[in-house]
Design a protein around this ligand. Structure first.
Ligand code: NAI
Length: 336
């Protein structure tokens, strides 16, 4: 098949080319740096497959252009699919495929790296020591051992986080409408979300972005949290109401905040904007807090994860070319 890849970075090319070659080079791949939008969608005309990433917007206008241009499959190189209008895709006969599982450990390990960095102020200590400041004031942390961590969403990534935190000796609370069978063996105590917020020293988000989870962490949720608790979000930005979180940081309700995702990250992340003026005042305010650590959606960014993403993406497209069905098609039932 002819595949057009949007938002393509050098590492996407490296791993997708390798996966295509390993499969016997069945596909011709064109790489575009452009993000997918109604303006760039016509660039896919003539291709049967489009490959997109988390900040590519596959709304109805984009999908209609795809359908007119002959695109049959949209292969996401992500697990999340909140950026795709699945109803429009179904109406237009475009199969949407994704990579449901690619090294959940990649995201889980980054999540715990953020927890440890925030807790022990590694992000501040790094700069201090380089400037000859060896004072410890302001760097006081806490033992993870014995602390209570609340995991919201115990799917693949949430459970991987639970396994690591169990190793630290954390007490584990969990909230998920569909509790995991292996939860008990890991020592997870399933509770209601309000109970989890009230009892956790560390709250970590691993649920998908859906209408039910949009702004799950809002002003009311923050008011229920233990004062000074740590909040980490490596899931999807809009699960957290950023304005409410800024208010929580200012009041001290939130003691430490780690974000790998941000509501409006589409205009920022994955690009080098260091020579430009930051236009997003809310994001700029977040960066002023010493107790906030932001990474630019890099939790998935490991060798193992990129290999798995590329192999599954090529596998999805190859299966679709051969049988008319992707290996991991997203159905509209997932909307629920
Ligand atoms: P998964 O599908 O294995 O698990 C998601 C879990 O969330 C399920 O157990 C589900 O029952 C639960 N859930 C659904 N609605 C919920 C709600 N209202 N409250 C609490 N839990 C709820 O997904 P996986 O692989 O664990 O990924 C989780 C999320 O992590 C993805 O949806 C994606 O948005 C994000 N992600 C972020 C990455 C990054 O680089 N920062 C990379 C990969 C995924």
């Amino acid at each position: 098949m002819q595949i057009v890849v949007f938002s393509a970075k050098p590492y996407d090319r490296q791993f997708l080319d390798a996966a295509n070659a390993a499969a016997g080079s069945p596909h011709r791949i064109t790489y575009l740096e452009a993000r997918l939008s109604p303006e760039t969608a016509p660039l896919a005309a003539g291709a049967q497959a489009v490959c997109a990433f988390v900040n590519d917007q596959a709304d109805a206008a984009v999908l209609e252009q795809f359908a007119r241009g002959g695109v049959k499959i949209l292969a996401l190189r992500s697990a999340g699919f909140n950026n795709v209008d699945l109803v429009a895709a179904q109406r237009l006969g475009i199969t949407v495929a994704r990579v449901p599982a690619y090294s959940p450990e990649s995201v889980a390990e980054h999540t715990v790296a953020m927890m440890l960095s925030l807790n022990r102020r590694i992000h501040r200590a790094y700069h201090r020591v380089r400037e000859g400041n060896f004072a410890l004031d302001g760097l006081l942390g806490f033992d993870m051992f014995g602390r209570t961590a609340g995991i919201i969403g115990t799917g693949r990534i949430g459970l991987a986080v639970a396994r690591i935190l169990a190793g630290f000796g954390c007490r584990l609370l969990a909230y998920d409408p569909y509790p995991a069978a292996e939860g008990a063996a890991l020592g997870l105590e399933y509770v209601g979300v309000e109970d989890l917020l009230a009892r956790s020293d560390i709250i970590t988000l691993h649920c998908p972005l859906t209408p039910a989870t949009h702004h799950l962490i809002d002003a009311a949720a923050i008011a229920r949290m233990r004062r000074g608790a740590m909040l980490v979000n490596t899931s999807r930005g809009a699960i957290v109401d950023t304005r409410a979180v800024i208010a929580g940081l200012k009041s001290g309700a939130i003691g430490l905040l780690g974000l790998d995702v941000y509501e409006e990250e589409g205009d920022l992340f994955f690009e080098d904007l260091s020579g430009q003026m930051l236009q997003d005042d809310i994001f700029a305010r977040l960066l002023t807090f010493p107790n906030v650590l932001v990474t630019a959606h890099q939790a998935f960014f490991t060798h193992e994860a990129l290999t798995a993403i590329a192999e599954t993406t090529i596998g999805n497209i190859s299966a679709f070319a051969e049988t008319g069905r992707a290996l991991h098609a997203v159905s509209t039932e997932k909307l629920a």
